[in-house]
Design a binder for this molecule. Structure first.
Ligand SMILES: [Fe+2]
Ligand SMILES: [Fe+2]
Length: 146
């Protein structure tokens, strides 16, 4: 049995490893187009993860109006991060594209930290263990299917 919040934390670990690899590649990259491809790749990996979180926050909000600020902040940060990746993917100059992608990766890292420290604990307090486990189960099934 895995709680959905634990599953999402595991995904953070995995995504952080991808970020590290991307950052290692960045100095060797010679064209803005290659940065675009990398930015789209990471953006794609983050997409499903963020959708699961948005859904989870939506469910939690119903029971935790006092935490509205923190929960809505998560959603807002998803938008911001998306904007950073899109900007990196559309930059025409290599140095700019590279800089924007680094910024997007750093914003994602900070976002993961704040989710783990501030948001997931709220979700775990508000939702019942059963609900968290059911969602974790659905997550695990999806992993098997893909
Ligand atoms: Fe997130
Ligand atoms: Fe996350």
């Amino acid at each position: 049995m895995i709680k959905i919040t634990e599953a999402l934390t595991l995904e953070h670990r995995l995504l952080l490893t991808v970020f590290e690899q991307v950052e290692k590649l960045l100095p060797e990259i010679e064209t803005a187009e290659e940065v675009t491809r990398l930015a789209r790749l990471v953006e794609g990996l983050l997409g499903d993860h963020a959708d699961t979180e948005d859904n989870l926050v939506y469910i939690t909000l119903d029971h935790a109006l006092e935490h509205q600020g923190k929960l809505k902040q998560l959603h807002h940060e998803h938008h911001e991060i998306n904007r950073f990746f899109k900007a990196a993917a559309s930059a025409k100059r290599l140095s700019e594209a590279r800089h924007l992608l680094e910024k997007a990766l750093q914003a994602s890292r900070d976002h993961f930290t704040s989710e783990e420290r501030l948001v997931f604990p709220v979700i775990e307090n508000v939702l019942q263990n059963e609900t968290l486990a059911e969602m974790g189960d659905a997550w695990a099934q999806k992993q098997k299917a893909s």
